[in-house]
Design a protein around this ligand. Sequence first.
Ligand SMILES: [Zn+2]
Length: 397
Amino acid sequence: MMRDKRFTIALNLLQNLVRAKSVTPPGDVSDSTNVVTNFLKSSGINFDIVEGKPGVKNVVAKLKGSKKSNNDTPLCLVMNGHIDTVPAGEGWEKQPFSGEFIDGEVWGRGSVDMKGGITAMLLALSEIKDEGSPFCGEIIFTAVGDEEYHSQWGTKYLLANGLNGDFAINAEPTNLEFCLGNRGLLMVDIDIYGKASHGGRPHLGDNAVEKAAKIINAINEMDFTEPSNSYFEVQNGSLSVVGIKGGSRENVIPDLCTIYLDRRLMPGDSSDKAVKDILSLIKDTVGVDADINDRKNSSIVVKPEFWHEPCWTEVEHPFIQNCIDVYDSKFGRNPEISGKAAGTDASHLVSIGKMPTLIFGPGNYNLSHTNKERIKFEQVLKAADFYKDLIKKVLHD
Ligand SMILES: [Zn+2]
């Protein structure tokens, strides 16, 4: 492969990002943030650091177009990606933070998820700046931390502090195809209280584990088979029991059992309704009106924690139609369209920021979080080209 100047600049950037460890937990992304801001400085692009919590240093860069807009309020495109990664884990055949370049691929934790996407966005920004920023309105580029946990101090923090735009692109790996949304995730813990007694006198107690078992059986009978969005890899919601803890020792009837639930939501599903469904299942199964979060009167306490809402931007949305046009003229065909089974920051861009959002980025998402994580470097350059064309198309006069 020919290594021109562009190739070398982008390869160095991606390798430096992979080498700048930014693992969540604990979530300190300072080293990666420095790589991003050094690149922005050398490109002459202004930025701020917005530190959600110590170490979660989010970068917010702004680039204004040089063309005059006919709109009273010029349009704004948000470009978003995360710079934190999951831990390296075991069993690598290459050093996970070396950023080695072998046979056209950059290896290492974060290469796919998603320092490749960050590299593509930065390259696009610096090149479009060099061209004289031939667009109207503004681009806000955000490279955030905390995505591999709850996003509370990353994208959600920026949205809570005024990040806004007319539309957004998230650069999670999609193998250069389109992804228009993801399922939502609601974690629910249920504390089921009973009454302890001697194991030899079970009739004097109230067995919390046995009540939990009834609830688990009822959960298994819930029906989630109705597909609700055919673009998704997994086309329906689900409710899974992912953990159970109960009992203190042998020969004591247990007075507490906790079950842990993982509820996946499809676009259109509401997290409020998902919680209500769990409350009525408990009522129907064991005849108890459960409390939410705090134990007041009830013997069952339901503790919901929203990780991310489901999201979906319709194919027919004018922004997505523009994205498809750009894709077609670049790649000579329509993109494949899908929805992700796992969550992304697109959830927050859509549900909190109310922005129609395209998820598009380089890299094979099946390699994310694995010990074989590596990215075809050519995809990074192609993604950058697509971003540049998309900027010019959607930020027009
Ligand atoms: Zn990711």
